[in-house]
Design a protein. Structure first.
Length: 372
């Protein structure tokens, strides 16, 4: 059993680790940017997967965002230190309340982030300065459910050049909307997006819109469920019920989904880290059901390439914790290991038949709407 002193020491270490990255100048600086107010800009080259900053909240309300009132924020404000009160008072207000509003609620909602796992709104004065982009270069990672300490980790999802603005997507759903749909959605949040992706010339914007529209349909069809809180048109439910489920579950579908995500630079949306792995699973699944003796070397090369891309996306979001890929991912990785592959590059199906069966079953648990 861990003693009180050991627990206190561990808690103190966690607090210090959370505080250290507050040295903003290490990776970025906050400065004015035309049309966006304040923005965060890289002060040096930042490699993909770099944890740019970890920020603990200035304030957390122990109730859902929709239930928070002025009195709740005022009570939390009174508990802040003098230094934190100065930070709170200098923070921006949301557009609805305006900069001249003296209410504390306006400050909270101007700098708020809510964790879906804990459903508690928190005020992050630095992270809230990061502007939105529809093709962002960083992500905001919330703490796991099991962690009581509230913090946000800002991580680069691709290489960022010195002087480049650091941006993230305010809503995951936006990654599946066309430029016009994103415009309407963001106007409801009180601002107009002027990111590079929304400022494409008309021909390029049309191509991007087509890809994102296809991504949304591909996400919807096998699941009969739209992305996040979006709602697909009812007519597509009829189309899905008449469609041959096998056509929607083959490797072509999965590969197209993965390629479109990659082309749009979407590495953090639903299934992003498993999209290519699911394609690899389909190849193994076909070999298993058709009772093939071997999988050709060219197909094995493709599977390994897809798994390499999948692993890169897992590492972007979870670091070296590859178990986040799930049992299906781990089994596919094992199935394509050197133990199952001959010198000529072919994969011996007999050696992986048991693994493929487990991968298929685990795959069904991870992608329950995708039929075998």
């Amino acid at each position: 059993m861990v003693g009180k002193k050991a627990r206190a020491k561990a808690a103190k270490a966690i607090t210090k680790a959370s505080d250290r990255p507050h040295t903003v100048s290490d990776f970025f600086e906050l400065r004015p940017t035309p049309g966006k107010g304040i923005g965060a800009f890289a002060t040096r080259f930042i490699a993909a997967r770099t944890n740019i900053m970890v920020e603990r909240p200035l304030m957390t309300l122990n109730k859902p965002e929709y239930a928070v009132r002025e009195a709740d924020v005022l009570q939390a404000y009174k508990q802040l230190s003098s230094a934190d009160k100065k930070i709170f008072d200098s923070a921006r207000h949301d557009s609805e309340h305006g900069p001249n509003c003296k209410c504390k609620l306006g400050v909270l909602f101007g700098n708020i982030f809510s964790s879906s796992s804990l459903d508690r709104p928190s005020l992050y004065p630095i992270a809230s300065r990061f502007n939105h982009a529809c093709n962002p270069n960083v992500i905001m990672l919330s703490p796991p459910k099991r962690v009581s300490e509230r913090y946000h980790t800002i991580r680069a999802v691709r290489d960022v050049d010195q002087g480049e603005e650091l941006t993230f997507s305010y809503l995951t759903e936006l990654e599946f909307l066309t430029s016009e749909e994103r415009k309407v959605s963001l106007q409801g949040a009180g601002f107009e997006c002027i990111c590079a992706h929304c400022s494409f010339p008309a021909p390029e914007r049309l191509v991007s819109d087509m890809r994102r529209c296809m991504l949304r349909y591909l996400h919807f069809w096998p699941r009969e469920k739209d992305v996040g809180d979006l709602e697909m048109e009812p007519s597509l439910n009829v189309l899905n019920s008449k469609a041959d489920a096998r056509l929607l579950s083959n490797g072509v579908y999965s590969l197209l989904y993965a390629i479109l995500m990659e082309a749009e630079g979407i590495v953090t949306g639903p299934d992003a880290h498993l999209a290519y792995a699911l394609t690899a699973w389909h190849v193994l699944n076909v070999a298993h059901h058709e009772k093939l003796d071997r999988i050709p070397a060219t197909a094995v090369q493709d599977i390994r390439l897809w798994m390499k891309k999948s692993e890169a996306n897992i590492r972007l979001q979870y670091g070296d914790n590859l178990d986040k890929g799930g049992d299906m991912w781990v089994n596919i990785k094992a199935a394509t290991s050197s133990k199952c592959v001959q010198d000529d590059g072919q994969l011996v199906c007999k050696a992986l038949r048991g693994l493929a069966r487990v991968a298929m079953m685990k795959g069904m648990s991870l992608f329950s709407a995708v039929p075998p």
